[in-house]
Design a protein around this ligand. Structure first.
Ligand code: GLY
Ligand code: MN
Ligand code: MN
Length: 434
């Protein structure tokens, strides 16, 4: 993402906020993994979206119309000794020269400077409840201003939820964001192909997970969530992440794994036979999920609302389960009573972007949101048949999901992960012939 794009976003947000408003955006805190070892730092998505600044201990402040500078960045000072241990810091000069801040201050000066700036503003735009430590600092600053009221100090009259504005912006992806998501999906696609090529009975789920780590890191990417690598019955546990069981001949393997590349996520699922050949029952269920996914993707077009892809998937799945003899009754009543839910218990998709479950409302008022160009969603129907004695044995412990990332474009659904096979024949060929 180039610096012009970040600047454009700040300008857009400042236009929405207007004169008299102040936006306060803290960086993500550093988190400890165990004892004195930190997790690898990942910048807060909202903060990065507005600044492109990847360091911790920073606060961005936007004050539309302020003559002495509209964009202030509080960040760490340069420090030779610390940089020897932790790596380069931009410092205040870098914040201005490389990151486009109008002015920059050491993060230690925040308590001294920020309340004074807030004092001259009517409205504070801030996301409460994200970082409790920062929330309490905000409360302290407001209380400080209140305590000075008798001396003629002003306090802002209004606190506005910043996430409403910012998350609506993030929902509509620019061309360069779509291109970043496409690149992220491409890396995930290559990793899934590797996994299909190496899978065989006798390997362990973690050995397949290792293929993802390898492909992701080879491309400067990392997991966008803990990968789900579930063989056989493990595929029916929706958030299975143990990934430590042996892969059995005759079972299916469900892999839900995506990466984060340059702050943009992919989220891709494929299900395939561990021995390279679908059984008739596995194939029958797979064909239903595939048809459901195709029906849902067809609905990812401008003018449809958010729930139409889900409705389409539910219809195909319910019809399919009825045909297999796993559900009985009229299609209408099976859908109405949600009789499919023991087999399909999750939604068909979610927004995807900088976060794998990305921001953005799914409803506007009490109506489903209309799909518009630039929105990006996953499409991920599935069927999960547990170990139910009432179900014929050959169908038990089958768990299948197929998931792609789809951008809404003027030309129809743009499947970002389209290069990953999903037709049963194509999967079998890739597994057996490479
Ligand atoms: N991998 C998480 C999801 O599919 O939503
Ligand atoms: Mn997924
Ligand atoms: Mn997903």
């Amino acid at each position: 993402m180039n610096s012009e794009e970040f600047k454009k976003r700040r300008r857009q947000l400042m236009r929405m906020v207007g004169q008299g408003g102040i936006v306060i955006l803290p960086a993500a805190p550093v988190r400890m993994r165990s004892r004195d070892v930190e997790y690898r730092f990942r910048q807060d998505s909202d903060f990065f979206y507005m600044t492109g600044f990847a360091e911790p201990e920073a606060v961005a402040v936007l004050i539309p119309g302020r003559e002495k500078g509209e964009y202030l960045l509080f960040c760490r000072e340069r420090n030779k000794k610390r940089e020897q241990w932790d790596g380069l810091r931009a410092g205040q000069r870098g914040a201005v020269d490389q990151y486009g801040a109008d002015d920059a201050f050491p993060i230690e000066d925040l308590d001294d400077i920020l309340p004074g700036i807030m004092e001259s503003c009517d409205r504070v735009y801030y996301t409460m409840g994200m970082y409790s430590e920062f929330d309490s600092r905000m409360a302290d600053w407001v209380n400080t201003l209140r305590s000075r009221l008798r001396r003629g100090t002003q306090t802002p009259h209004e606190f506005v939820a910043l996430d409403h504005l910012l998350h609506d912006m993030r929902l509509y992806k620019s061309r360069s964001e779509i291109s970043a998501l496409r690149k992220s999906a491409k890396v995930a696609v290559e990793a899934h192909k590797r996994a299909m090529r190496v899978t065989r009975p006798g390997l362990f789920e973690y050995e397949i997970e290792a293929e993802f780590i390898h492909e992701f890191r080879q491309n400067d990417a990392s997991n966008s969530y803990s990968p789900i690598v579930g063989g056989g019955k493990n595929a029916c546990v929706l958030h299975y992440i143990d990934n430590n069981a042996e892969l059995k001949d005759g079972d299916l393997l469900l892999i839900d794994a995506g990466c984060e590349l340059d702050y943009y996520a992919s989220d891709v699922t494929r299900t395939f036979p561990i021995n390279g050949k679908f059984s008739p029952e596995q194939l029958a269920v797979y064909e239903i999920v595939l048809a459901a996914q195709e029906a849902a993707i067809e609905k990812i077009i401008v003018g449809n609302h958010w729930n139409e892809p889900h409705d389409a998937a539910v219809k195909v799945i319910t019809k399919g389960l009825k045909k297999l003899g796993l559900l009985e009754g009229s299609l209408g009543s099976l859908i109405k009573t949600a009789a499919y839910q023991p087999f399909y218990m999750h939604r068909t998709g979610h927004w995807i972007g900088m976060d794998v479950h990305d921001v953005g409302d799914y409803k506007v008022g009490n109506k489903w949101r209309m799909l518009e160009v630039g929105m990006v969603t996953t499409v991920e129907p599935g069927i999960y048949i547990g170990n139910n004695r009432k179900i014929p044995k050959a169908f038990r412990n089958i768990g299948i999901r197929i998931e792609d990332d789809v951008a809404i474009s003027n030309k129809g659904p743009d499947i970002l992960s389209r290069d990953l096979v999903k037709e049963p024949d194509a999967i079998e060929s890739l597994m057996n012939d490479g």
